[in-house]
Design a protein around this ligand. Structure first.
Ligand code: GMT
Length: 379
């Protein structure tokens, strides 16, 4: 098939999944066209059947906000027409599903099948906000198929946006050949870690990630175990975290590593991943950690329990119960046997339930269903 994919190209789970799906579909013989304002950060130049189409916006003194969504709609229609796309798969509802809807209005009476994948914050934070509510709902209803990365997110979308459209649950995936258990001694040394346990947190340091809980937890756990903490990523909460670490006198045992594209080199060094988000629709980083044999410790809300099974692949505690999270982290770090059983179980689950091949096949089923379901495909 000829498939157009639109996603946010910057670092983030939805962009990672869209890009890896593109790689995987291309490897299975499909022709892939990425359409976005810049090249997705993990998009490799390794496959001739993947092309990138840059959306150009114009600036004009009248435009306080350049209308990217409109330029994207025009690019989508252009690419669909010129490359005879069968499917347009958009990741993140806002504004991508809306642009796809407009692209079809441009192409009418022809119609290209639109598959919208919901990733989380497009519904739980942004889409349900009054400003975008109506347009998010409309764009979802107008998609030919809608998928969500967890059952939690599918239910949440139906409930908060009053959506009637059926939503397929297709979980995220990980390449367990890339995310592996072997930790590199050199990397450990390069980061300046001595012996002893290591905790890791990876995120975009937004409020929803509760990164200050990571620092508070670490202060207690460090006291009893001498552990080190790796913080990967950047965002608005990074400086407040630094300040808090200084106040608690633990800044010397924390490595702020900033944004890293190749997290698979760092993840296996850790003994546990801390993910105390208020809500994660899925928690892709948790799955990546599991593939590396790193148990996950987090709050039990949202879609995280669909990925991490409490007591098997890690520990999930009630939202806000930091004391319990500290206890669980200590239990894990102080019990080598328990940790290694969990590590093996977590990796096995990542391979068996969330493999790239298995999940790509689920998306292919949706594409086929949409492409065969009526007047779809631009010829
Ligand atoms: O977590 C973020 O703020 C980024 C966001 C994104 O769109 O990249 O992540 C969402 O999509 C990921 C990929 O499906 C999920 O793994 C994350 O759980 C989800 N984030 C939230 O629900 C907060």
């Amino acid at each position: 098939m000829r498939i157009g994919i639109t996603c946010y190209p910057s670092a983030g789970g939805s962009g990672v999944i869209a890009t890896e799906l593109g790689h995987s579909l291309a490897a299975r013989g499909h022709e892939i066209h990425f359409i976005s304002y810049s090249r997705p950060f993990r998009l490799e130049r390794r496959n001739d059947s993947i092309r990138f189409h840059k959306v150009k916006t114009v600036t004009y003194p009248l435009f306080k906000y350049p209308p990217y969504s409109l330029a994207l709609a025009v690019s989508m229609a252009d690419v669909a027409r010129n490359f005879h796309l069968d499917i347009l798969h958009v990741h993140y509802a806002i504004p991508h599903a809306t642009s796809a809807y407009l692209a079809n209005e441009i192409l009418a009476p022809k119609h290209i099948g639109v598959v919208t994948t919901l990733h989380g914050t497009d519904i739980t934070l942004v889409g349900s906000d009054k400003t975008f509510y109506d347009i998010t709902r409309l764009s979802i209803e107008k998609s030919d198929a809608v998928t969500a990365v967890s059952r939690f997110l599918a239910d949440e979308t139906k409930e908060t946006l009053n959506v009637t459209k059926p939503i397929d649950v297709i979980p995220n995936f990980v390449d367990a050949g890339v995310f592996r258990e072997e930790a590199s001694r050199e990397m450990r040394e390069a980061i300046g870690l001595g012996e002893g346990p290591v905790l890791i947190h990876i995120s975009n340091f937004r409020k929803v990630k509760n990164t200050r809980d990571v620092i508070r937890l670490f202060a207690k756990v460090h006291e009893q175990t001498g552990a080190r903490l790796l913080l990967v990523g950047d965002g608005p909460e990074r400086i407040p975290c630094r300040i808090l670490a200084e106040e608690l006198g633990i800044q010397g045992d924390i490595r702020f590593l900033g944004n890293r594209v190749i997290v698979q080199e760092i993840l296996p060094i850790a003994d546990a991943l801390l993910l105390p988000s208020t809500v994660e629709s899925f928690g892709l980083v948790a799955l990546e950690a599991m593939a590396c044999g790193v148990p996950v410790i987090g709050y039990e809300g949202g879609g995280l329990p669909e990925v991490v099974r409490h007591g098997k692949d890690g520990f999930l505690v009630p939202l806000g119960d930091l004391e319990r999270m500290i206890e669980m982290t200590l239990e894990l770090l102080q019990n080598a046997e328990r940790r290694s059983t969990m590590a093996a179980t977590a990796r096995r689950r990542a391979i068996e339930s969330f493999s790239t091949e298995r999940i790509t096949a689920l998306y292919e089923d949706v594409y086929r269903r949409v492409a065969n379901g009526g007047d779809t495909g631009v010829r």
